[in-house]
Design a protein around this ligand. Structure first.
Ligand code: HEC
Ligand code: HEC
Ligand code: HEC
Ligand code: HEC
Length: 208
């Protein structure tokens, strides 16, 4: 064996030893991110993330608008005076021109002005159990967002995309969103102005 081969053997052995040593990492160290993800996700086999556990006491219905499908809360079982036809069995005119007690004295429109809107802009005098569109098509009470969308296109588009309003649960599927009337009273939809709590500088001055 000449000096040259010894040197080569030495280098080869050192490189091998180093590579073996560098692989003897501690339990929590991985060669790359992919390896780490694969190793860590072994513990989660069969576990799925879902929003369903938040839906417990809410009755949900599925809607589909322009190819977007998601869940919203059912409304009909929340509306106190539904079904309307329990009383509204004859045309509205006949009911108004009698000495029946005023039924909805507590409802006043604080929304758009009377040129734009009255009760029958949204309610259907021919069949009170349904809402009605501006062109007199029926709109189900569960789909009242379609009523709002006629005039509030921007908010409707944002809502459909999940930007306006609130998801029930989280971002994990299945998607469920609150509907317009969960937050806005259709008869008085605006929220009052909320002022921020004020810091009283006068009191601070007096204390000094
Ligand atoms: C307990 C009976 C009763 C029920 C239930 C009822 N209504 Fe009425 N409603 C009346 C009577 C009576 C009138 C007519 C007298 C009046 O104007 O209050 C009336 C009037 C109305 C009017 C016309 C009000 C106006 O000022 O022109 C609308 C709109 C209306 N009802 C909508 C509804 C809707 C929508 C429902 C269901 C969600 C409903 N009502 C359920 C009894 C009822
Ligand atoms: C902008 C559209 C709009 C207008 C205008 C409007 N409503 Fe409504 N109204 C609705 C919607 C939508 C609902 C159902 C809300 C829900 O899902 O809780 C409703 C619900 C009701 C209910 C049932 C409330 C309950 O909890 O029992 C009554 C009664 C009613 N409206 C009467 C009237 C009367 C009377 C007028 C006129 C003074 C009127 N509405 C004007 C959209 C409208
Ligand atoms: C026929 C058209 C029409 C329909 C249907 C309608 N709105 Fe409106 N809405 C208006 C107008 C007009 C205003 C007042 C203009 C404004 O303040 O921007 C208004 C005002 C509002 C406001 C207050 C806006 C603000 O800037 O303070 C809210 C919130 C609102 N509507 C929600 C709804 C909801 C929810 C529905 C469905 C239940 C609905 N609207 C149905 C026309 C409509
Ligand atoms: C989770 C509750 C929630 C839902 C659901 C919701 N909104 Fe709103 N909306 C709000 C809040 C909060 C504001 C802001 C009020 C403010 O700034 O004073 C708002 C504001 C608005 C305004 C006033 C203009 C603006 O953008 O500030 C309109 C109009 C409106 N919403 C319509 C709708 C319609 C139509 C739907 C259904 C398609 C809807 N909202 C669903 C909570 C909601």
């Amino acid at each position: 064996m000449n000096k040259h081969t010894v040197a080569i053997q030495f280098i080869v052995i050192t490189v091998l030893a180093l590579s073996i040593y560098s692989c003897k990492h501690k339990e929590d160290e991985y060669h790359n991110v992919i390896e780490k993800i694969e190793a860590k996700s072994k513990e989660y086999k069969g576990v799925t993330v879902s929003s369903e556990s938040y839906f417990d006491n809410i009755e949900l219905i599925e809607i589909s608008e322009d190819g977007t499908s998601f869940l919203i809360p059912d409304r009909k079982n929340q509306i106190q005076s539904y079904a309307c036809t329990e009383c509204h069995s004859k045309p509205l005119q006949d009911m108004e021109n009698t000495d029946l007690k005023k039924a909805h004295w507590d409802i006043e429109i604080v929304h758009a002005n009377e040129n734009t809107m009255n009760c029958t802009t949204c309610h259907n005098p021919e069949n009170m159990d349904n809402l009605k569109s501006l062109t007199s098509n029926h709109i189900d009470f569960n789909a009242s967002y379609q009523l709002c969308s006629q005039c509030h296109t921007k908010q409707f588009e944002d809502w459909k995309g999940g930007a306006h309003g609130k998801e029930i649960g989280g971002w994990a599927p299945p998607r469920a969103s609150l509907t317009c009337v969960n937050c806005h009273n259709p008869h008085n939809p605006a929220f009052g102005t909320k002022w921020p709590a004020r810091f009283n500088t006068q009191k601070i001055k007096e204390r000094k």
